[in-house]
Design a protein around this ligand. Structure first.
Ligand code: NAD
Length: 438
């Protein structure tokens, strides 16, 4: 099967590489010339465990190609996946202009039947706009070519994207024709050997499923953060509460870990975009407005604990920040809680020295010399007054505490992800602060 994937970010590159891995012929297209040149040389634009091997193998086998020319790629395609960014507009709604740009190019250059599949996260009604845009472009060139649109939202998680794509929990596809359904079923069959379902539905329901899934996960996190903050005030231990509720199968133990808020390129923007869709339909999604507000405040919860500990004066204090990526196993710093924490520390006159196992390159670019970036976790503790654990990378779990204690000026730790045992940390000589635990 001949596939074109447009956009070579987290979703597009993983989709393209994994589809090539099962034997299809894939062209990955992007407008970013540098990205495409680098990919041709085997340099990946993102850190994603296992992705480099799959890209290299399929590129060498001649099944995976990279190009900046969508007009040329489109000519031989049976299926086109649109996986470009849908960044938030100023009012929080999803900006679908890149998706529609791709649709226009497809309409201008296609020369045979194509199934155009939206994989980007897009509001309900976007596939209909894609269809309208292609139809208009075909009309302008007096071309009478049939095509199908479909919606295939992506559920991969950064840090486990390859595994999620190769062995998905489920595949959701919105279609409006039997032929598109059959073609996409054939394409996805190799990924369903684990017996997990492929769910065909109408297009608006597929578009809504993606937002509902992310909104539900964000809700679990904000709910638990709210409970953790109350635990702090009433003297309960949220770790015990979490285990207590998580063993109820109706609730489940995943996604109920409190911390300093969710970040990344999806949850914050998708929650806000769904709230906006509600508003556009005169419906207020009250739960999601609270989820978003709780998350904004939660990113500052560690800062509040820091100010309280230092009586509101952190000038001349040096903070060691462990973890900059929005979560472990990714370099992605979009909407990362670390950025909120660092900004507040700097504004209050403190010094920051930070370390992250993989996002140092991003950090250099984003933080632009405003903090010291250290080569390793231990170095970042030198002469620090306190450690702030922001991202729970495995290497922070059991570091060389003896050297760290020697390195530090004072022994205070703010554990933004509750990864340490408070009693053990106190025994080592730290003043310990967690989220919802003592
Ligand atoms: P990204 O920012 O990593 O990559 C998007 C790519 O699209 C960029 O390389 C950009 O250059 C390219 N692009 C933009 N306009 C283009 C055009 N007209 N033609 C060709 N290429 C173009 O984005 P991402 O994280 O891969 O997300 C893509 C979409 O998938 C978004 O809608 C996002 O919400 C959704 N999504 C993301 C994830 C995730 O974990 N990152 C998971 C599921 C869904």
């Amino acid at each position: 099967m001949k596939i074109v994937v447009v956009g070579t970010g987290y979703v597009g590159l993983v989709t393209g590489a994994c589809l090539a891995e099962v034997g299809t012929d894939v062209i990955c297209v992007d407008v970013d010339v540098q990205k495409i040149e680098n990919l041709k040389k085997g340099i990946l634009p993102i850190y994603e465990p296992g992705l480099d091997e799959i890209v290299e193998r399929n590129f060498k086998k001649g099944r995976l190609h990279f190009s900046t020319k969508l007009d040329e790629a489109i000519v031989r395609a049976q299926v086109v996946f649109i996986a470009v960014g849908t960044p938030p507009g100023e009012d929080g709604s999803a900006n679908i202009k890149y998706v529609l740009q791709v649709a226009e190019t497809v309409g201008k250059h296609m020369n045979g039947h194509i199934v155009v599949v939206t994989k980007s996260t897009v509001p309900v009604g976007t596939a209909a706009k894609v269809k309208e845009t292609i139809t208009k472009a075909l009309k302008e060139r007096n071309a009478n070519i049939e095509f199908d649109v479909a919606s295939n939202p992506e559920f991969l998680k950064e840090g486990a994207a390859v595994d999620d794509f190769l062995k998905p929990d489920r595949i959701v596809i919105g279609v409006e024709s039997e032929s598109a359904k059959n073609l996409l079923h054939t394409l996805y069959d190799p990924f369903l050997l684990n017996g997990h379902p492929i769910l065909f539905m109408d297009i608006p329901s597929a578009e809504m499923t993606k937002y509902a899934a992310n909104a539900m996960l964000a809700t679990k996190i904000s709910f638990m953060n709210d409970i953790a903050n109350l635990c702090d005030l009433v003297g309960a231990n949220v770790n015990e509460v979490r285990k207590g509720i998580g063993s109820d199968q109706r609730i489940g133990s995943r996604f109920i870990y409190p911390g300093i808020g969710y970040g990344g390129s999806c949850f914050p923007k998708d929650v806000r975009a769904l709230i906006k869709t509600g508003e556009q339909n005169n419906y207020q999604l009250r739960i999601l407005s609270a989820v978003d507000a709780v998350n904004d405040d939660q990113k500052k919860i560690v800062i509040q604990k820091i100010f309280k500990h230092y009586n509101n004066d952190i000038r001349k204090k040096t903070f060691c920040v462990w973890g900059l990526a929005f979560k472990p196993k990714t370099a992605d710093m979009r909407e990362a809680p670390s950025l909120t924490v660092i900004k507040e520390l700097l504004q209050a006159g403190a010094k920051v020295q930070a370390y992250d196992p993989v996002s140092m390159h991003e950090a250099k670019h984003i933080l632009n010399g405003s903090i010291s970036l250290c080569e390793d976790a231990i170095m970042a503790t030198e002469n620090a007054d306190a450690i702030i654990l922001v991202t729970e990378w495995p290497e922070f779990r059991l570091p060389d505490w003896e050297t760290i204690l020697d390195n530090m000026k004072e022994h205070v730790i703010f554990d933004g992800r509750n990864i340490y045992n408070p009693e053990e940390m106190k025994e080592k000589g730290f003043i310990y602060y967690g989220i919802g635990i003592r």
